[in-house]
Design a binder for this molecule. Sequence first.
Ligand SMILES: Nc1ncnc2c1ncn2[C@@H]1O[C@H](COP(=O)(O)OP(=O)(O)OP(=O)(O)O)[C@@H](O)[C@H]1O
Ligand SMILES: [Mg+2]
Length: 287
Amino acid sequence: MRNLILGIDAGNYNAKTAGAYGVDIYRTAICDWFSRDIVDKHGDDDMEFELNGRRGFAGTIAANEDQFGVTSLYGDTKAHEDTLIRVLLAIYRYTSKFFLDIDRFSIVCSQPIATHNADEKAKLRDLLRGTHDITVNGVHKRYTIEEVGIAAEGSVAYLANPQLGEVRIIDIGSGTTNCATIRDKRHINTASDTFNFGMETLANNASLAEVARGIIRATTSLKWRKNDVVYACGGVASDILPLLQAHYTRAKLLTPYLRQLDGSIVTLPPVYANAVGNYEVARRTFR
Ligand SMILES: Nc1ncnc2c1ncn2[C@@H]1O[C@H](COP(=O)(O)OP(=O)(O)OP(=O)(O)O)[C@@H](O)[C@H]1O
Ligand SMILES: [Mg+2]
């Protein structure tokens, strides 16, 4: 069988996966393994894993067990081992969900705009490419990631719903906010950046209003104008949109379009924007 082409957005809060069969999402919290005396039911995304001698839990169970040291890193680079775990678990979930007996993959992942440089991309590519042995919920899997592409978060979301002319994209995550400008299908570096704040990082659970103010301040410094067409994506996009519209009067939600195996096109919530954009890159690069 052919290898499977996937777009994976391994976020610090949720990993989103898009492919020809549909999409998947799971909570990316990871914690070290601990002995469970009482087996509580946490969530359908709970996973016990072992990779390269490291044993742990992932999913809602890990998010609920932060006293055991949840290791979610709200940093601006994704080239660390947690990303490999997140990507392998995304592959595990996707192939399980759609009953796919495939063990070879061509994937595109994304990096925040600020760290989207040759060094960081090479690091992430080297980390992901190759054959990996992972045990999930007691079942051993051997996955070979044959090809890896790295796209710029926020900017790549453009491909989930391409528009002509100048497009501004605001991708609000848990730890980072990517602000991208695309002009005539090209990423404009000087009007794009990643800011190190998101829904989980501002002091004491920042309100939506504070995050919106931070975004408006940050994008104004990138010389974005009030009447620019701005698209919002990420997990909080629909809740924060009205607050962004107070300044960016023409702000809208970015609705990703996913082309499926049977030729049909489905529309998805804005949280899938980067994953679908990554899949679009993967589909065009690895066909
Ligand atoms: N109504 C809401 N109010 C506040 N926060 C929300 C709401 N809905 C979603 N969120 C937050 O959105 C975030 C999840 O969004 P998303 O999946 O886009 O993040 P991520 O891509 O994993 O993060 P990052 O891009 O920083 O790695 C979480 O921090 C979640 O708490
Ligand atoms: Mg994100």
